[in-house]
Each structure stands twice: as structure tokens, then as C-alpha cells.
Design a protein around this ligand. Structure first.
Ligand code: TYD
Length: 212
């Protein structure tokens, strides 16, 4: 039996380029499912457990060259392992719906593509230490220029990838769309243009279809 066929709750992830609106959509989906009576855990990566939130500060703040590409893969994967053990798996075992803002597909993209071709290393480490894919991944697809200007207007201390600019955003968008074809069984691509409510209706329609 594979990890993803273990009985229990449903594991839904949101992915997309910086500024795609996926965090807003993850939260709107959680609200929607709760009003339908589902028990929902809304969480995020990097983070989602005490230890993983500490690692988040290490990878998203400070000098962008603080870590080598390989060390960065280890840190994101360490954060994910802690998050999985302490937050995600217990909630799924209790039959809950877990909605996670970013997961392993973000590592496949950001660490796997942005600083050379490290996708093979990311996948090996994932198989060794995580071994769990989501049941459903919602990719919020967005024009890279629009995403970047939204992300830039937020002004937080966490500017790790926004700072790499338009070329990286373009590469990430193409990469996420390629990933949606590679994992076509679990990916659902949602058009991220329009009001948050427009997008949220598209998301909830596709999630309802999956849950039924
Ligand atoms: P996030 O908080 O989702 O930012 P945003 O709302 O701007 O999308 O993610 C923070 C950053 O972390 C984002 O630039 C992508 C990066 N990231 C990785 O590089 N690898 C990973 O495995 C994850 C989960 C995130």
C-alpha cells in the first residue's frame, strides 16, 4: 500500500508562483469546507509546526546567499519532515482535511530549478524522507508580471525568491505547468485571474468534484 492510499483524511495542497493568491485561496477554501461541516486543518510551508516555523526564518530571511543550493534543499526537507510528523499525518489519521499552502512541489520548483538542475536530488531526498504526495494539488496559475508586482507590494522580511525578479517568475510558472502534466492524476490547474471570489468558486468546484 502506498502512503497516499492509507485510509484517513484528504490532503490538499496549493501551489503557484509568488503573488499568485494561493494563500488567500487556501484560506477561503478552508472557510468554505468548514461551513459544509468538514474538520479542516489549514497549514503552510515552510512551517506548520513549531520546529518548521523556526527553520522558515532560517531559509526566508537574511542574506540570499546564506546557504548553498544543496543545504537549502536539506533545510526545506527537514522543515517538511517535522511538519509531516507533527501536524499533517496526525490530522489525516484523525480523518481531517489538511489544506497546505505549498508542499514538496515548491521544492521541486524553487530548489530543483532556480539554482541549477537539482530536481534529481530533491526527488531522492523526498523519497527517502517524506514519501507522501498530496491527494489533490491546486495550482493557481497567474501571469508572472502580475504575480511579481503583487508579491513586491507586500513588503515583508521574507523576500528570498521575490528578489530574483521576472525571469525566475517566468521560469517558475512554466515549471509548475510542466509539473501539472507530470503529476496529472493529482493536479488541478485553476485560472488565478479575476476577483478572489471568482477564483475561489473555481477552486471549490474542483475540490467538491474531487471529494465526491
Ligand atoms: P510563501 O510563504 O508561500 O510565499 P508567497 O505567499 O509569496 O508565495 O513561500 C515563501 C517562499 O518560500 C516562496 O518564495 C517559495 C519558497 N519555498 C521554497 O523555495 N521551497 C519550498 O519548498 C517551499 C515550501 C517554499
Amino acid at each position: 500500500m502506498t502512503a497516499s492510499s492509507i485510509p484517513g483524511g484528504t490532503f490538499i495542497t496549493f501551489e503557484g508562483i509568488d503573488g499568485s493568491g494561493k494563500s488567500t485561496q487556501a484560506s477561503l477554501l478552508a472557510d468554505h469546507l468548514r461551513t459544509q461541516g468538514h474538520d479542516v486543518v489549514l497549514t503552510r510551508e515552510p512551517g506548520g509546526s513549531t520546529g518548521a516555523e523556526e527553520i522558515r526564518a532560517l531559509v526566508l530571511e537574511g542574506d540570499p546567499d546564506r546557504w548553498s543550493a544543496e543545504t537549502e534543499i536539506l533545510l526545506f526537507t527537514a522543515a517538511r519532515r517535522d511538519h509531516l510528523e507533527r501536524t499533517i499525518l496526525p490530522a489525516l489519521a484523525a480523518g481531517k482535511i489538511v489544506i497546505c499552502d505549498r508542499f514538496a512541489d515548491s521544492t521541486r520548483m524553487y530548489q530543483g530549478l532556480s539554482r541549477g538542475d537539482l530536481r534529481g536530488v530533491v526527488d531522492q531526498l523526498h523519497d527517502l524522507m517524506i514519501g507522501r504526495e498530496p491527494d489533490l494539488t491546486i495550482l493557481i496559475d497567474m501571469d508572472p508580471a502580475e504575480g511579481l508586482s503583487r508579491a513586491k507590494s507586500r513588503q515583508t522580511a521574507e523576500e528570498r525568491f521575490e528578489d530574483f525578479g521576472q525571469a525566475l517568475q517566468d521560469q517558475m510558472r512554466a515549471g509548475f505547468l510542466a509539473l501539472s502534466r507530470e503529476f496529472a492524476d493529482r493536479f488541478c490547474v485553476i485560472n488565478g485571474t479575476g476577483t478572489p471570489q471568482d477564483v475561489s468558486h473555481r477552486v471549490s468546484d474542483s475540490v467538491s468534484e474531487h471529494l465526491s
